[in-house]
Write a protein that binds this ligand. Structure first.
Ligand code: AMP
Length: 215
């Protein structure tokens, strides 16, 4: 299965991508995760992307397109993948079509997760991340075993700059203004599967599998 997980920030794309990996071994290709790693490592790409990400702006299309093109060529993507956070613009969606055609692949489905705006803000403001490994928690919905510390490496958790209230608002507006336009783009191709993203992660995952004919 070659899938896109689509939806606004905090809708649960990362969680569901991890579920799809656990069951179907579909690698999660998250442009946000790859960019955050570049920022942590201080690479040239990270230096360019860091301030844009912290401000809730998009990283230029050519950079994220390059990331995905390279990642899709890795052997683990040969039998399927889940794109998480890409594409976010029509130019990225068109570039994706071209790169998949070049690789002799095609998309099987675009799973669009829906959660009301107020709930996204609630989810976003409670999110905490590990600055060392990037693991993500939520103060109420998915707390670490020891409050404030990463379960994996014990590092103190932080609120990412782009998870601060004013930046959350900006990211959601950006999504509505630019990225939501991709829904009709994929609906027209008959690829869009819309899923209610409110409720338990297990329930949402069961609905995703049903929509993909894998229940
Ligand atoms: P995410 O973790 O997917 O919410 O991404 C975090 C941030 O990384 C976004 O707010 C953008 O600044 C940047 N980013 C990730 N993916 C993309 C993309 N496809 N296009 C542009 N910017 C992106």
């Amino acid at each position: 299965m070659n899938l896109i997980l689509f939806g606004p920030p905090f809708v649960g794309k990362g969680t569901q991508a991890k579920n799809l990996y656990a069951e179907f071994k579909l690698p999660q290709i998250s442009t946000g995760d790859i960019l955050r790693k570049a920022v942590r490592e201080g690479s040239e790409m990270g230096k360019l992307a860091g301030p844009l990400m912290a401000a809730g702006s998009y990283v230029p299309d050519e950079i994220v397109i390059g990331i995905v093109e390279e990642r899709l060529r890795e052997p683990d993507a040969a039998n399927g993948f889940v794109l998480d956070g890409f594409p976010r613009t029509i130019a990225q969606a068109e570039a994706l079509e071209r790169m998949l055609a070049k690789l002799g692949k095609k998309l099987d489905a675009v799973v669009s997760l829906k959660v009301p705006h107020e709930k996204l803000i609630e989810r976003g403001s409670g999110r905490r991340s590990c600055p060392a490994c990037g693991s993500v928690y939520h103060v109420y919905q998915n707390p670490p075993k020891r409050a404030g510390y990463c379960d994996k490496d014990g590092t103190g958790l932080v609120q990412r700059d782009d998870d601060k209230a004013d930046v959350i608002e900006k990211r959601l507006k950006k999504y509505d203004a630019e990225t939501a336009a991709l829904e009709p783009f994929y609906a027209q191709k008959g690829l869009l599967r819309t899923i209610d993203g409110v409720g338990s992660p297990e329930g949402v995952y069961a609905d995703i599998k049903k929509a993909l004919g894998k229940a």
